[in-house]
Ligand binder design. Structure first.
Ligand SMILES: Cc1cc2nc3c(=O)[nH]c(=O)nc-3n(C[C@H](O)[C@H](O)[C@H](O)COP(=O)(O)O)c2cc1C
Length: 176
């Protein structure tokens, strides 16, 4: 059975991106889902001084081992001022100090959402350009605007968005 890691790139206890990533994972049939919280991999803010004095934190090594043991990754990005949430950026900076590429040549479903109408499009575009250079094979990609209106207990309510999401999910599933 394929193993899929899903998390929101946010440390908020009420993260809508964590909710969205986990929701997406639950739509995939016949897969082993590993649903995590970014807080499970807490690290100090990346600093070369800390790296030299204390080495790379165990939480970073655990995160990388976790990625390596997967067939696919589902990441939903929180957008902070058009960019990654600081904790996520810092964690990926730490991972880049280990051997190999950050995303270990894994297939990825790249998501984002926000309460606003752009759905985190800026950070989604940033990651779409950067992650392939960091060893991700993005096989599905989707931004969900206006999270609170568009994702309910019934799923994605807007028919066009639901169709587009289902297509991207299928592309990702088929790539595993
Ligand atoms: C510091 C900060 C900056 C933000 N910047 C943006 C932004 O640039 N674009 C956007 O759509 N939302 C922005 N937001 C709103 C976030 O999209 C919103 O807080 C969202 O819930 C974050 O995702 P999360 O719940 O998964 O943490 C920002 C929020 C914070 C706290």
């Amino acid at each position: 059975m394929k193993r899929i890691l899903a998390f929101g790139a946010s440390t908020s206890s009420t993260s809508i991106n964590k909710q969205f990533a986990h929701y997406a994972a639950h739509q995939i049939k016949d897969a082993e889902l590993i649903l995590v919280d970014l807080n499970d991999f807490e690290t100090p803010l990346y600093s070369m001084d800390i790296e030299i004095s204390d080495g790379i934190p165990d939480s970073v090594k655990r995160f990388k081992e976790c990625i390596e043991s997967m067939d696919g990754l589902i990441i939903s990005l929180a957008e902070h001022n058009g960019n990654f949430a600081a904790a996520f950026k810092s964690l990926t900076d730490w991972v880049s100090r280990l051997e190999g590429k950050i995303w270990s040549d894994k297939k990825m479903l790249l998501l984002s959402t926000s309460p606003g109408g752009r759905g985190g499009k800026s950070v989604h575009e940033l990651a779409s350009a950067a992650f392939p250079r960091q060893g991700a094979t993005i096989t599905g990609s989707f931004s969900l605007p206006s999270f609170n209106q568009n994702l309910t207990s019934e799923g994605i309510t807007d028919p066009e968005l639901a169709k587009s999401f289902a297509e991207q999910l299928e592309l990702f599933s088929a790539s595993l």
